[in-house]
Design a protein around this ligand. Structure first.
Ligand SMILES: Cc1cc2nc3c(=O)[nH]c(=O)nc-3n(C[C@H](O)[C@H](O)[C@H](O)COP(=O)(O)O)c2cc1C
Length: 347
């Protein structure tokens, strides 16, 4: 089945690419940060139909989904899941990029990238400037509107000399979607850890996981909270009693063995009486967060995040704490992914 899928993907790529090269005209593609819709010669087009892929800014670099851009401009993209390499062909030029490596090859000559290609949400993302400069595309950045414009003039078009691979192999040959998500999480070293009882914080956590290609961990109480435990109209119920007790540290039933492999931790919780639930303190006090970046987020009925994030700092004092953010239950995935990418940039 996997072989069949590879053949179909490769064949689809082949047909699509040849058709693109055949249209020997000027092409202008614009992409906007956090916008899943690009324009191609003025017409709106979803960057990645059904996937919600958006350009993002990470570490002050604008990362674009490489497949969409290069194919729109008439290039060919091949993905080797075994070696995690992306080969781009345009005219007679070939660029070879490796995920998480700052060494790229232009026509077999090694070049150093100022930002490494990465995978976000199953898509290969990379700064466009290196590709544009070497393939002869124009690039313009509008910082106010956060729009990248990439222009190909017809004279830059040449027939590709390298055909995409069509042989069936066990490895995925075309689409980064073939990369097992576990591998991405190992590479990304990002963890989304959250506590949630009624699913609101969990929903936000899932959007961050998907935007950042992160691992996910739900903090589960050894003794789960019942509806009665969560009844904040009664001051004698468990959640309220715990929140009023500075020493309360409810036991976690599913502690992770280690968090050593993670550099960045998004930490989500519901607001309980204006503060993070005490079990979040249990989580923080269970590990050494020295040198790690923690990015808090919360959901609430209406309260802002207030002092709830700052009050967590002593529980992981060696961490680099980023200011937290409260989300309403109706926050859109683009709003969440924009914030998540920015949170990473701040560290
Ligand atoms: C014990 C308790 C206390 C709460 N205190 C607040 C509060 O102070 N301010 C607020 O806006 N919402 C408060 N809420 C509402 C939750 O913060 C809100 O429903 C949250 O989105 C639930 O997240 P979850 O679905 O991930 O558990 C409280 C809820 C509970 C159970």
């Amino acid at each position: 089945m996997k072989k069949l899928l590879s053949i179909i993907l490769s064949a689809a790529l082949c047909i699509g690419s040849i058709a693109a090269v055949a249209s020997d005209t000027d092409t202008t593609v614009t992409l906007q940060i956090n916008n899943p819709v690009m324009t191609v010669n003025g017409a709106n087009k979803e960057i990645d139909p059904g996937m919600g892929t958006v350009p993002v800014i990470i570490n002050e670099r604008t990362l674009l989904p490489v497949r969409a851009v290069v194919e729109e401009l008439g290039g060919i993209v091949n993905w080797n899941g075994d070696t995690r390499e992306v080969t781009l062909n345009y005219g007679t030029d070939e660029i070879l990029l490796t995920i998480d490596s700052d060494v790229a090859y232009l026509n077999n000559e090694a070049k150093t990238l100022d930002s490494k290609p990465t995978i976000i949400n199953d898509r290969t993302m990379l700064p466009i400037r290196f590709i544009a400069e070497n393939f002869g595309f124009g690039v313009d950045w509008n910082g106010e509107e956060q729009i990248v414009t990439i222009t190909k003039t017809a004279k830059a078009v040449a027939e590709p000399t390298v055909e995409p691979t069509v042989e069936p192999t066990d490895a995925p040959t075309a689409e980064p979607t073939e990369v097992p998500s576990d591998n991405q999480a190992e590479e990304s070293k990002i963890l989304v850890a959250y506590f949630s009882n009624t699913g609101n914080t969990e929903n936000i956590a899932e959007s961050i996981v998907s935007a950042m290609g992160a691992d996910v961990y739900e903090i589960e109480a050894a003794q789960p909270y019942t509806d009665e435990d969560l009844n904040y109209n009664d001051s004698s119920t468990r959640a309220t009693v715990e929140q009023n007790d500075p020493t309360a540290r409810p036991e976690i039933g599913n502690l992770l063995e280690s968090i050593d492999e993670y550099d960045t931790i998004y930490l989500g919780y519901p607001m309980w009486w204006g503060q993070a639930p005490k079990i979040v303190y249990t989580f923080l006090e269970s590990y050494d967060f020295t040198g790690k970046t923690i990015i808090p987020f919360c959901t609430s009925g209406s309260s802002p995040i207030g002092s709830s994030d700052d009050n967590l700092h002593p529980a992981a004092s060696g961490a680099n704490w980023v200011d937290g953010r409260r989300f309403s239950v109706s926050a859109s995935s683009s709003e969440i992914s924009a914030w998540a990418a920015e949170g990473c940039r701040i560290k």
